[in-house]
Design a protein around this ligand. Sequence first.
Ligand SMILES: *Cc1c(COP(=O)(O)O)cnc(C)c1O
Length: 365
Amino acid sequence: MVGMARSDRPQHLFSSLSSETLAVVAGRPERTPDSPLNVPITPASTYVAGGSLEYGRYGNPTWEAFEDVMGALEGGRAVMYASGLAAAAATLSLVPEGGAVVVPRHAYNGTVGLMQDAARRGRLEVREVDVSRPNALVDAAEGAAMVWIESPTNPALEVVDIAETAAAARTRGALVVVDNTFATPLVQQPLALGADVVVHSATKLLAGHSDALAGVAVVADDPTYELLEAYRRLHGATPGALEAYLATRGLRTLAVRFERAQDNARRLAEHLERHEDVAVVRYPGFGTVLTFEPKGGATAAHRVTTASELVVCATSLGGVETSWERRRRWAGEPVTVPDALIRVSVGIEGFTDLWTDVAQALTRG
Ligand SMILES: *Cc1c(COP(=O)(O)O)cnc(C)c1O
């Protein structure tokens, strides 16, 4: 089949290296004199016939560089897509017609929206569960084709035990998918914990600079890899070469950005907890995203998020800059997400500058 040349590429060359090192060394060109250190951007809609790529929708060397790094970090084979939701759609295509998918009700609203849309069309059945209840995913997994884990969830920040859930879901015959966008492979590697597919919005922490949309699915087994690669080709869910380059470049600094932002997030959570105008703070203890609810409800939350000068009021997350928004400003957000909840994506600024701005926004809000 055309565009399938990568099946013979070695995938576990780097099994002894740490994630921090893999993020730097994987996906590089061969070390021949005068070759660049980075795989260049290849803007190509077609290639000279007779090779393994043939056409721009089938493959691109710049995608492959990103896929090689992500495959190394997650311990599998990666397929890059145009966005996180394109990766989610490709992964959902693994559910047979009419099959049931179990998903946390507070999973990313675009993911749940995609599933609900497929359900309305009669393609599949969605079982939305409350993962703050122990075993909720497993209890709903009987007869399901897929169990979709997001841990932590966006934006409720609920955490589930991936290994336990994956093992129980598998004995019930379900495919196990983990959206690893919030934790990144630096915190957890779901394939090693028993998941079949890992998906990411690479738009967020992996690319990391709020300048590119991209997604990726990583799998452990070759038949699933072939299906996901075929989906990209057949549905045209292809990333741009520039986005692939930016995402790969982002991965090079993932470990330092993550460490720094996580440190800021921990400190911000502590400071918010002690602030008199804050009612609730949620932080799972790791990662770069936290949420809080100011006293005074949705009106106060709106005022706080628009009173900051350093922190930008914007959706999305995982950039080097700290951003926040009141989540319920989105009509698609479930009503079980508190009306005043502000989701904060913590960046890598100096902490004192960050806290000074957040504190003045709280006072003005
Ligand atoms: C943003 C996000 C997505 C969707 O990714 P896009 O790149 O915006 O399509 C999926 N899952 C989670 C957890 C997200 O935060």
